[in-house]
Design a protein. Structure first.
Length: 406
């Protein structure tokens, strides 16, 4: 079963029992993040991700993450360019209390100056660790170039050397703004009796009183400028190169084709890129391809690790594979295999209830009707035609962006 049941104030609740698991997962998605932040605020959503999970509960109760551990479950949160998702996964007997605890933590975080300052320091440490990882540096630079001048080009978590300082009151106000605008949602994944218990707990929670208004529309995405900067310092021993261009948003007709293209020109054995780059040239141990999708745009990219002297050859091979795809000259067997790989990845990834909750949630905040996003995605990928894959490759090449970091 996959259904959407709105709370009294209009917050949608997705009920998903398709996985038939013993455990129960609840996920709250607030679609207010780095894309919507003012320039001086970039990173506040990331900080709130930490604070909500770490803030003490009412009446001296432990923080949400601690409480979930005590009942034998798991809890975490993640920040994307468009939203923050908070989730808990617990044994079945803790389903209803977990929903109540999650709703309480998300709507009414109890913050102190000491907690805010401490978690801000933790976030800065996280950002410094990412700055020391050249693969992260290359990926962030790729987005900055691909979406130059647009909020999607910002680093999701903020910048370590200019991370904003906020008071507890400012952080709580920001969280409440996320609940009041841009259509938050809750996703419940588990067996149907647990879904009913979880929904009843939500109807008795502070989330039931949230009445999201229409927030300001996100800044529309303009054309990509494109860039190729593959200069590597002479003393570098290893390089990470990110290459690609604009992909497809969640509702773009080419979304399925972008997924198939990522499998065809990707890092798994059998792909055209893997065969040429690793099988024939032996140039890379690390090859990853990703088709990221947002509400109205996307980013298609390949990350390759190699010795510096091979960077330009790597770029040429990736671009050559895309050119073949754009011209419609990839072998039919390669496209069939890529379609199967994309379908298989969809199935395997969404056997994880947290991944499934994310998928359900991202579509719910976009106004999804009572239809499973996973099933919809499966149909879209299965129906992809070679001409659509060619069109997706042409889009990537038209916005070609290639950068490297060491």
């Amino acid at each position: 079963m996959h259904a959407v049941r709105p709370l009294s104030g209009g917050v949608p609740v997705v009920l998903d029992s398709d996985l038939e698991l013993e455990s129960f997962t609840a996920c709250a998605v607030l679609p207010l993040s780095s894309r919507h932040e003012a320039e001086a605020e970039v990173g506040i959503s990331h900080l709130l991700e930490h604070l909500v999970m770490s803030a003490p509960g009412p009446d001296g109760d432990p923080p949400l993450s601690d409480w979930v551990s005590e009942v034998g479950g798991q809890a975490n949160a993640t920040t994307t360019k468009e939203s923050v998702a908070y989730w808990v996964r617990v044994p079945p007997e803790s389903a209803a209390p977990a929903v109540g605890r999650l709703a309480e933590a998300v709507t009414s975080p109890r913050l102190t100056p000491e907690l805010v300052d401490g978690e801000r320091r933790v976030v800065v440490q996280e950002l410094l660790a990412a700055d020391a990882d050249p693969s992260d540096v290359a990926t962030e630079r790729f987005f900055a170039e691909l979406f130059a001048g647009h909020p999607l080009g910002r680093p999701v978590g903020g910048l370590a050397d200019s991370f904003p300082a906020v008071s507890p009151e400012q952080a709580v106000a920001r969280q409440r703004a996320g609940l009041a605008t841009r259509r938050p949602c809750v996703v419940l994944v588990g067996r149907e009796p647990l879904l009913a218990a979880g929904l009843a707990a939500l109807q008795d929670s502070a989330l039931d009183g949230c009445r999201p208004a229409a927030g300001r529309p996100a800044v529309p995405v303009g054309p990509a400028p494109g860039i190729e900067d593959l200069d590597v310092p002479d003393d570098a021993e290893y390089a990470y190169t990110v290459l690609g261009g604009r992909g497809a948003g969640r509702h773009d007709p080419l979304w399925g084709a972008a997924q198939v293209l990522a499998a065809a020109v990707g890092g798994l054995p059998g792909s055209v890129l893997y065969t040429r780059l690793r099988g024939q040239l032996g140039m890379s141990y690390q090859i990853y391809s990703v088709a990221s999708s947002y509400s109205d745009s996307g980013a298609w990219r390949v990350l390759v690790g190699s010795v510096p002297g091979d960077v330009r050859t790597v770029a040429g091979v990736v671009r050559g594979c895309l050119a073949d795809a754009a011209a419609g000259t990839l072998p039919a067997a390669a496209l069939d295999g890529a379609r199967r790989q994309a379908l298989g990845a969809l199935t395997i990834d969404n056997e994880d209830p947290v991944a499934r909750a994310y998928e359900d949630g991202f579509f719910a905040v976009d106004g999804l009707a009572d239809r499973s996003p996973v099933e919809l995605a499966r149909q879209r990928i299965a129906a992809v035609e070679p001409a659509e894959v060619a069109a997706a490759a042409q889009r990537v090449l038209a916005s070609w962006t290639a950068v490297t970091a060491t």
